[in-house]
Design a protein around this ligand. Structure first.
Ligand code: GDP
Ligand code: CO
Length: 377
C-alpha cells in the first residue's frame, strides 16, 4: 500500500498530531518521493497483534455478516452487542457459522449481560455501571471490548462499525490502521480514519460528499479550540468523530473515556487536557489517514444526528481548555440547530482508565457465570 508521507504536524506538549495522509494506492511495489510503501506482508506482523472491536446495536444482520467476513484473518474479532434479544440470538448464530466456515477466532459479548455487570461491580470498576448493569451507549460497549483485548494481551486495538453498506472497505480500514502503527515511533499511537467520500442519496442520484453533518461541526469546534491554544488558525483536525480508529493498548489503557457517542471526540480533548497525568514515557502520535474506499453507512435519522452533535460539542464546551468566547459560539450553534434544551450542554459521564484492572480475572468470572458470552478459537 502507498500512503502519502507525513507532511507536517502540530505539537501540543507531548501530543503530536499529523495532518491527514491519503492512501494513494492499495497494491504497490516501491516507495516514491511522495509516498511510503507498506506491502501487505510487511503489515502482517502488526495485524497478528490486533484485536478489532465491532460494536453493534440492532443493525441489519446481513451488513454485520459481511463486516465480520471483511476483517483480515490475523486479527482477533471482538463483537460487543447491545441488541435486543431477537437480534442478539441472530448475531450469535451468525458468529458460530462464521467461526465454523473460517476458523477465525471471535468473541461475542453483550454489554447488558448481568454477569458482566456483576463482575465489574466485584472489582470496583463502577464508572461504567448503572444499577449493577453496564449502561447503554456505544462508548460503554467499546470499553467492554477494550477489557477483552487487555485479557487477550493484544498490542493494538481497532474499532469498526457494523452498519457499513460497503463492508469489504473494512479490509482496507484495518490495513490503514496497521499502516499508522507501522509509521509510529512511539508506544503511544492512535490512528483515526477520514473518508475520501461519504456518498449520500439525493433524489435518484448518489452525491460524493466529503463530510458528514456531525463531523463537519465537531471538527470546526475542535479546530477553534486548537486555534485559540496555538494563537494561530488551524484546520488540522479532520477526524473528530472517527468511529473507525485504532490505538496501541499502551495508550488505550491509560485513557479515560466518555460515554455513548462522545467516545471519539473526547479522546482528543482528554489527551490535550491530561497528557501530563497519563504517566507517559514518550510522546503520543496521532495519525489521520484518508481512506481510498468511500464510506456509506446506515442513516439513523435526525434525532441521532442532533444527539451526536450535542454530545460531541459538550466535550469541547466543558473542557478546561475551552474559553468563554468558544463556549458562546457553541451555545449559538446548538440554539440555531434547535438542539439545546437547557442553558448549557449536559456534561458527559467520564469512565475511568482500565490500566489497573485485572482483565483476566474479570473475563474468567464472566465465562463462569454467563450464558451468552462466547469465545470461539
Ligand atoms: P454513527 O455511525 O456514528 O452515526 O453511529 P451509529 O449509530 O451507526 O453507531 C456506530 C456503531 O455503534 C454501529 O455499529 C452501532 O450498531 C453501534 N452502537 C450504537 N449504539 C451502541 C450501543 O449502545 N452499544 C453497542 N455495543 N453498540 C452500539
Ligand atoms: Co453508523
Amino acid at each position: 500500500m502507498l500512503v502519502e508521507r507525513p507532511k507536517s504536524a502540530e505539537n501540543i506538549g507531548p501530543i503530536k498530531i499529523y495532518y491527514p495522509q491519503r492512501i494513494i494506492k492499495l497494491g504497490s511495489k516501491s516507495p516514491t518521493l511522495s509516498a511510503l510503501n507498506f506491502p501487505k506482508e510487511s503489515l502482517d506482523h502488526i495485524l497478528k497483534d490486533f484485536s478489532i472491536i465491532i460494536p453493534i446495536k440492532n443493525e441489519d444482520i446481513r451488513l454485520f455478516d459481511s463486516a465480520i467476513r471483511s476483517i483480515p484473518s490475523d486479527c482477533h474479532i471482538i463483537v460487543v452487542s447491545n441488541s435486543n434479544k431477537e437480534k442478539c440470538e441472530k448475531e450469535m448464530r451468525l458468529i458460530e457459522d462464521f467461526h465454523d466456515m473460517t476458523g477465525d477466532p471471535i468473541i461475542f459479548a453483550h454489554q447488558r449481560d448481568p454477569s458482566i455487570g456483576s463482575a465489574l461491580e466485584d472489582i470496583g470498576y463502577t464508572s461504567i455501571l448503572d444499577n449493577g448493569l453496564v449502561r447503554d451507549g456505544k462508548g460503554e460497549g467499546l470499553i467492554i471490548g477494550l477489557l477483552i483485548t487487555k485479557c487477550l494481551k493484544r498490542k493494538y486495538v481497532g474499532f469498526v462499525d457494523a452498519d457499513n453498506y460497503m463492508p469489504t472497505s473494512i479490509y482496507e480500514y484495518v490495513l490503514d490502521f496497521a499502516i499508522g502503527i507501522a509509521m509510529s515511533q512511539t508506544p503511544y499511537s492512535m490512528v483515526r480514519l477520514l473518508w475520501k467520500y461519504k456518498p449520500k442519496a439525493v433524489g435518484d442520484k448518489l452525491h460524493l460528499e466529503k463530510w458528514g453533518r456531525v463531523s463537519r461541526i465537531t471538527n470546526k469546534y475542535l479546530n477553534l479550540l486548537l486555534s485559540s491554544l496555538f494563537g494561530y488558525e488551524t484546520s488540522i483536525i479532520m477526524t473528530g468523530n472517527a468511529g473507525e480508529h485504532a490505538m496501541t493498548m499502551e495508550l488505550a489503557e491509560r485513557l479515560s473515556y466518555a460515554s455513548g457517542y462522545s467516545f471519539e471526540p473526547y479522546q482528543l480533548i482528554h489527551m490535550l487536557e491530561s497528557a501530563d497525568d497519563l504517566d507517559l514515557k514518550e510522546d503520543v502520535e496521532i495519525f489521520q489517514i484518508e481512506t481510498l474506499s468511500p464510506h456509506m453507512h446506515e442513516n439513523k435519522g435526525e434525532e441521532h444526528i442532533k444527539d451526536m452533535i450535542l454530545t460531541s460539542l459538550s466535550t469541547i464546551y466543558h473542557s478546561r481548555l475551552s474559553n468563554k468566547k468558544l463556549q458562546e459560539k457553541i451555545i449559538k450553534e446548538l440554539k440555531e440547530k434547535n438542539i439545546l434544551k437547557d442553558d448549557k450542554p449536559p456534561k458527559n459521564t467520564i469512565i475511568s482508565p482500565i490500566k489497573d484492572i485485572n482483565a483476566k480475572g474479570f473475563i474468567n468470572s464472566v465465562k463462569r457465570e454467563s450464558d451468552i458470552f462466547m469465545e470461539l478459537r
